[in-house]
Write a protein that binds this ligand. Sequence first.
Ligand code: NAD
Length: 502
Amino acid sequence: MSAHRTTVAGVAVDTRHSIGGERVASAATFTDVSPVDGSVLGEIARGTATEARAAVAAAWAAFPDWAATPRAERARLLRAVADGVEKRLEELAVVETYDNGALLRSHRRGVMPRVAHNFRFFADRLLELDHADFDTRGHTNRVSWDPAGPCVLITPWNAPLLLATWKVAPALAAGDTVVLKPAEWSPLTASLLADIAAGAGLPAGVLNVVQGYGAEIGDVLTGHPDVRRISFTGSVPTARRVAASAAAHLTPVSLELGGKSPLLVFADADLDLAADLAVEQYDNAGQVCLAATRILVEETVAAEFTRRFTERAARLRQGDPRDAATDIGPVIHPRQLEKIDGFVRRALDDGARAVIGGHRSDSRRSDGHRSDGLRGGGLHYPPTLLTGVAQRSEIVQEEVFGPVLTLQTFTGEDEAVRLANDTRFGLAATVATGDPARARRVTARLVAGTVWVNCFYVRDLRAPFGGSRLSGVGREGGTWSFDFYCDLKNTVTGPKGWADHG
Ligand code: NAD
């Protein structure tokens, strides 16, 4: 490890910013610690206003040429980035696991292939992007998606590279240039992406990565007059600051925020499937924005559902995320563990009952030694299910972002829908039912950006993605991404007035 470089599981990672095709250091650094084993992964350049402004300036300087680059060439370069991701897939998977603690097998099989797919998908989509001309009394209307300018993309730690590239790929496809600000708890794969993009031949300044604390450089980036789009994924309080800062120049903002999504289990559902879907919500130790953390079960089947659920949950193995047998790894950071524990303790004080879990896995004995036998960074929180929770209580209304589910019962569709919609969020909802007519009735009444029926987490990049209410503003995905990252223009050409050009 040096001031400029570190090695994580044999993979060299540059810890400096990537600005205008150069690696740039800062006077200060911050320490990146692994949730896997508590080891120090690196000393990361801690950006200041100077580096943040330099990154926007580099994106601004690179914009005219990138915007003028023919679509086919932009698509070719995006595919070359996808190739680069695939070539380094194993390295990316390992580094991401060390950095954020999510399962190595998920990074290998699911996440990193999807990172590559983000680039290929938007390369393909760019080449298809078209709107038929139309006529107004002999005048021709032509719709175009024009590149907008430099974009600031700000991402969280729970799925670092996946969420970053879900923004980077469409922004670059659109002809925009990018300043990416990864989360301070998991900055490493963004730095590797900068290397991959440079290796793929992306021109200098088209993709810039600036690291550091959001509280220190966020406003500089989001309030910069030369920034044309801001896409943010993270928490509601930060989103408010981003939106307020962007308001100075009325910079368009796309916000992908938290959730408190319901899983509705009707009495006519396949209860094995419903229990499988419920247990899936513990993936990534519950640090998933889309997680259906509120299980709502029809009263008549609640006991049987709970039995099948607890049977499955008991089989989940908590442990080292590098181990292929592990189902649930550590949470990302001691602060996150404290936050989760606080939510659960307050819920229990408030009268909730823990069906499973309900206490820290690494509770310390009075002699100071951990009593759980879980090795590593000590950041494990056990899968928890709470019942006896009131609808207006904190545990039902607020996002925990950990492996904590609540279970409530309902009688009939009206009550199910009322409870499901009764939070400030509206990111996703999952419905388990054996009746297609019921599925249609219920899904039509749910407030959510994505609704799954008898499935979970199936995402197609052609679909719109985003949240309603406090879960977000706007939709990205498919053509909606281009609508956001581009300046849409309609050019109307009159029937007369052309000189004769032969
Ligand atoms: P966070 O809001 O604390 O941080 C997100 C990012 O914002 C980080 O990069 C951080 O450095 C930056 N930031 C902090 N202050 C800033 C400021 N003043 N200006 C600009 N940027 C600033 O969120 P988090 O804890 O990293 O992530 C968890 C949250 O993200 C959860 O609420 C989760 O639901 C949400 N999330 C949403 C989605 C989605 O697609 N809807 C996906 C994943 C996570």
